[in-house]
Write a protein that binds this ligand. Structure first.
Ligand code: SF4
Length: 205
């Protein structure tokens, strides 16, 4: 069994890849985890094709969800072309398609070596970017990006650019081990890029 999509709090989450260019210290992909509190078997034996994902999604009553969220047990923008194809297909098939969101590390342009952000326009309603720290040093220590500090810069550039194409741009941090001052630094950084900061509660495994 593999889980391409699963429900959580009224939204439908879509999992298309295990790949990631980070190795966050808190990531569930490490230590042999195959699932999370959200679903049991998120580790994909193979990446579903775009057609497999479309079949999975169209078998559901999509209009009944409050949001359609591309996340993954990895970094979803490794499959950005397929995500955008899926949204186009679903918009044709489902008149009342719920708003769409991508939960991302913001590295899409770095991963693909081209600017994908303009392609989000009219397709993605919200991007939620993991900020994880208010300085390059802190960010790199927590997320261990493959490309080091370039990952930090790519994430900031992606966020700023997204605000021109996507209605809702959110940066998220987890409150664990963060002082009020650090949270305030993160808020100022997000706002300087035109994004909003969302502070999430830490969920222990
Ligand atoms: S960016 Fe997300 S998927 Fe990638 S290592 Fe970090 S938590 Fe895991």
């Amino acid at each position: 069994m593999m889980t391409i999509s699963y429900e959580y709090e009224g939204a439908l989450y879509v999992n298309l890849t295990n790949k990631c260019d980070c190795a966050c210290v808190f990531c569930l992909r490490h230590n042999g985890h195959k699932g999370s509190i959200y679903a049991d078997d998120l580790w994909l034996e193979h990446e579903p094709s775009r057609e497999e994902a479309l079949a999975d999604l169209t078998a559901r009553d999509l209009a009944s969800y409050r949001e359609l969220v591309f996340c993954g047990f990895g970094e979803p923008t490794f499959r950005i072309d397929d995500i955008l194809w899926l949204v186009d297909q679903l918009k044709v098939r489902v008149p009342a398609l719920p708003p769409t969101r991508i939960n991302t590390n913001g590295h899409a342009n770095l991963i693909h070596g081209r600017d994908v952000v303009p392609e989000l326009k009219g397709r993605i309603d919200t991007v939620s970017i993991s900020l994880n720290g208010s300085t390059a040093e802190e960010y790199c220590a927590v997320t261990q990006p493959r490309d080091g500090v370039k990952g930090w810069e790519a994430m900031l550039d992606f966020t700023k650019e997204a605000t021109a194409y996507v209605p809702h741009v959110i940066m998220t941090i987890v409150d664990k081990d963060k002082s009020p001052e650090e949270i305030q630094h993160c808020r100022e950084l997000a706002e300087s890029l035109g994004a909003k900061l969302r502070v999430r509660a830490y969920i222990p495994e």
